[in-house]
Design a protein around this ligand. Structure first.
Ligand SMILES: Nc1nc2c(ncn2[C@@H]2O[C@H](COP(=O)(O)OP(=O)(O)OP(=O)(O)O)[C@@H](O)[C@H]2O)c(=O)[nH]1
Ligand SMILES: [Mg+2]
Length: 178
């Protein structure tokens, strides 16, 4: 019995993913949606919030939901450096902070992650009918030149649009990488 259990355990792989993005982008709401399948009200994340471990086929996925306020961004490099996959959340309607979000994203890409990391960019809160259209976002956010495996989805944790679809893509890639 214990032999079988060990055999099974050996086939499971534990991986870490981080969810980053500016304050108020919707990171925690997305993580809660993944955990519960519905929209949940949140509070700003103070520091780092370790979400539930999610199982996806042979993967056990630990989710680190990072606080986006500037004071907490100093905590990001250490978590991102150990991460197998990074999710970056952008509030689609927060045009004022587009450049800050872009700089923050490229700083992570250039200085905080390993070369095999999978990157998922979420153009989030797409239930609000404002903001930049996806193709233009991809170009202007500098995604076309990214030397990583990446995808960009428009998501909403209010309607659930693309939440599971985007993470399915992400986990499928991670399954192949690790
Ligand atoms: N309209 C809309 N609002 C959303 C959506 N997702 C999150 N929100 C709202 O956006 C606000 C911020 O959500 P959080 O998930 O706490 O944001 P966060 O990125 O975790 O913020 P920090 O923890 O401070 O970094 C909350 O009022 C959410 O209800 C969405 O898909 N659509
Ligand atoms: Mg949060």
């Amino acid at each position: 019995m214990s032999f079988l259990r060990n055999l099974f355990r050996r086939r499971m792989r534990e991986i870490d993913i981080t969810v980053c993005g500016l304050a108020n982008a919707g990171k925690t709401t997305i993580v809660k949606y993944l955990e519960t399948g519905r929209f949940v009200e949140t509070q700003p994340t103070m520091g780092i919030n370790r979400g539930e471990t999610i199982q996806f086929e042979k993967l056990e996925i630990n989710i680190f939901d990072l606080g986006g306020q500037e004071d907490f961004q100093v905590l990001w490099p250490e978590v991102n450096e150990k991460s197998d996959g990074v999710v970056f959340v952008v509030d689609k309607n927060d045009i004022m902070n587009f450049n800050t979000a872009k700089e923050t994203f490229h700083n992570i890409i250039d200085t905080q992650i390993n070369k095999d990391v999978v990157v998922l960019i979420l153009l989030h809160k797409c239930d609000v009918l404002n903001g930049m259209e996806r193709n233009r976002f991809i170009k202007e956010f500098g995604l076309l030149e990214l030397p990583y495996k990446w995808a960009c989805y428009e998501t909403s944790a209010k309607t659930g649009e693309n939440i599971f679809e985007s993470f399915r893509w992400f986990f499928e890639q991670l399954k192949e990488e690790v």
